[in-house]
Ligand binder design. Structure first.
Ligand SMILES: NC(=O)c1ccc[n+]([C@@H]2O[C@H](COP(=O)([O-])OP(=O)(O)OC[C@H]3O[C@@H](n4cnc5c(N)ncnc54)[C@H](OP(=O)(O)O)[C@@H]3O)[C@@H](O)[C@H]2O)c1
Length: 355
């Protein structure tokens, strides 16, 4: 599988990464058997994937533990492990404590990339804690970076990363040069990054690990209709908030545009003989800002299909057709990387909005 290097670093990512959010099982993705995780992780390595992505918050640490169990027997230097610290745990003492807890769950001495999961401003913190002491005194980003550098010097983390940081927040960082990665949503229906965040990362030498490659299943073509998407996966701004009790954005969504685009994509599938997830993955990998695209494969069958999808390049003509078919969704949703909140509450822009 093709590898892409994070500029100025020794991190060489496979273009496809294995998203581990479902590992350990939980409310969001349902049951996930350890046997399948073990098979999936070993098959990922055999098929050329070297990057595994998790977070301390995924299934209350069970995702990290499950990945830690699955990597037993794989030489540590054959894989890259990325995990994320929740913004509410970022005061110097707690950050170090939480990093050590992640290492223990992952059964490793170091992580290759340690990311700040979401920005540390008050509005973002509210999603991780109800403790008013933390919300009223958010961790200061400069101090967070200093603590991360100390962990790096201690050999606990190889590189520092961010996640869900928009352009302005990246520009405002006291030390952008210490950051190697930003993790952002990117797929055919989540194109906000194209406005400025992806070009900014490319110009600044920040590798982008993109997530939600299949928009949590919709671009895997696993749902007969939008109505069949479970409430938790129907929370994003694409869908009418009225139809998902879990939704927070309060908007009407772009369901007509999505249905029209899906029809157009299915037509291209027929013409090319490619599946929808194959088209979706190939389209992402054509963007030069993307270093690694994460897919939450949950079994070896899906994994193999996704790995095959990462091979071979889409023609320019099909890429442009897909750009055109999905343009109305990009235009309507605009330059907002936070697909869970309306534009006023967009956490990736910073600010102190009230939910
Ligand atoms: N930094 C962040 O804030 C953030 C946010 C979200 C995600 N992430 C990371 O990104 C990773 C991937 O994103 P995601 O899990 O949100 O969703 P995703 O990869 O867009 O979608 C996962 C869904 O796609 C389905 N799928 C996978 N391969 C398929 C195939 N070949 N054909 C049909 N369906 C297929 C799976 O189906 P089944 O259910 O049938 O297996 C699952 O429902 C996560 O695991 C996590 O590591 C990071």
């Amino acid at each position: 599988m093709e590898r892409r290097k994070a500029k100025d670093s020794d991190l060489d990512f496979s273009v496809l990464g294995t998203g581990c959010w479902s590992f350990g099982g939980g409310e969001y993705w349902g049951e996930q058997r350890q046997k399948d995780v073990n098979e999936m992780v070993h098959a990922s390595v055999d098929l050329g994937i070297n990057y595994f992505d998790t977070a301390e918050v995924y299934n209350d640490g069970r995702s990290e533990s499950s990945l830690g169990e699955a990597i037993q027997g794989i030489p540590r230097d054959k894989i890259l492990i990325g995990t994320k610290i929740s913004p509410s745990n970022c005061y110097p003492y707690t950050l170090i404590k939480h990093c050590h807890a992640s290492l223990k769950r992952l059964r490793t001495d170091y992580v290759d990339i340690y990311m700040l999961h979401w920005p540390t401003h008050a509005h973002s913190l509210r999603h991780f804690t109800r403790d008013p002491k933390i919300i009223e005194n958010p961790p200061v980003i400069g101090e967070v970076l200093e603590t991360l550098k100390a962990l790096q010097q201690a050999g606990k983390i190889r590189r520092i990363g961010l996640s869900n940081f928009g352009t302005r927040l990246m520009e405002d960082l006291p030390d952008l040069s210490s950051v190697v990665v930003n993790q952002l949503p990117y797929n055919l229906f989540c194109r906000a990054g194209e406005y400025d965040a992806l070009p900014f990362c490319e110009q600044s030498g920040i590798a982008v690990i993109s997530y939600m490659s299949l928009l949590q299943g919709l671009l895997g073509d696993i749902y007969p209709s939008i109505q069949d998407i479970p409430a938790l996966q129907r929370r994003t701004r694409h869908f009418n908030a009225k139809n998902s009790a879990e939704s927070r954005h309060g908007e009407h969504g772009v369901e007509d545009e999505i249905n029209e685009a899906l029809e157009g994509i299915r037509k291209i599938c027929k013409e090319t003989g490619l599946s929808m997830p194959a088209l979706a993955i190939k389209w992402i990998l054509l963007n030069p800002a993307i270093t690694c695209s994460l897919v939450g494969s949950r079994n070896v069958r899906h994994l193999e299909l996704n790995v095959r999808s990462a091979e071979g390049i889409l023609s320019q003509q099909i890429k442009e057709e897909l750009d055109r078919i999905t343009l109305s969704i990009k235009d309507k949703l605009g330059n907002h990387l936070d697909y869970y909140e309306n534009p006023v509450n967009d956490r990736t822009l910073g600010g102190q909005r009230i939910l």
